[in-house]
Design a binder for this molecule. Sequence first.
Ligand code: SF4
Length: 349
Amino acid sequence: MEILETPYDEWVGYLKTHHGKGAFHASALVREVMVHGNPCFGDSKAFREAPALAAALAGEVRFTPPVVEETVCEDGVVKVLHRLADGLAVESVVIPMKGYATLCLSTQVGCRMGCRFCRTGRMGLRRNLTVAEMTGQLWNARFVLKAPIRNLVFMGMGEPLDNLENVVRAVGVMTDIRGFSIGPKRITVSTVGLADQMTRLADANLGVRLALSLNASDDAVRSTLMPVNRRYPLAVLKETLGALAGHKGLRDGVLLEYVLIRGVNDRPEDAKRLAGFVSGLTATLNLIPFNPSKGETELTAPCDADVNAFHDQLVARGLHVRRRWSQGEGLLAACGQLGEEACRVYRLP
Ligand code: SF4
């Protein structure tokens, strides 16, 4: 049994079946590790009073979060390099907010979606992360870095819905009120638009918010930027979002992410088509100016005036739009910037 990937209910069942115990010791174990940040659950009062049980369990359970190997901080944003047991590594990012922090988590080592603007995509997919490697990023952020994590965004390395089963289980562990207790409404799961998996995520009834990385207003441009669009074009995405509207398994309202790239998707006709796509959906649109990697792509960022003009055109069409500046730009910790640079800087395999 790995502590970081076992939900409370399964602990109750395990303790009952193997040790004739139940909810009392399951709560104590989960609380000691996930709330107090102490992997030595035997230190808790409940287990101090049951030393034989503590000793037996200690031989049966594992606690193996990734190891925090390196942190880089700029303007309060902290990029964290987590070393995995097999020598590979992933990154997460702690973003400070007013009075709390948001953690951007990775779900895969690399990614097979191949988005043109993304460093991680250039790595290809090495493997999916396990549940413990995801919940371990949260444990490390809270208890190694002491960051007051309240919100989670699954927007780091990898396509979360390409590792859906493990993401669903990890969210289950992270939202348990006896443990990490992250409110489901404070969790956002992002996707490039794997439409079938979007429906499966909703059917998992987690209550999280769905974010769709849109980035273009027509299929020709989107397929160039994001190859997945050939499989799930805009019409399919719109139909899927429409079908999921009001689904009890998701938080109301989808977040649409739109990385603005100069001369590619920031023209007046893009704003018009984008408004057409959003019409009829309950959606918030996040505009994110592209953050180019030094000399590694021909794509370029729009200037402030162009971003403002695009924003104003959308607002004039009645859309709910937010401008999101790429916090963490200097650390390559902004959207689509995790992965490859870290491999180079930290000489990862
Ligand atoms: S943007 Fe996301 S889905 Fe696309 S290649 Fe990068 S990590 Fe993968």
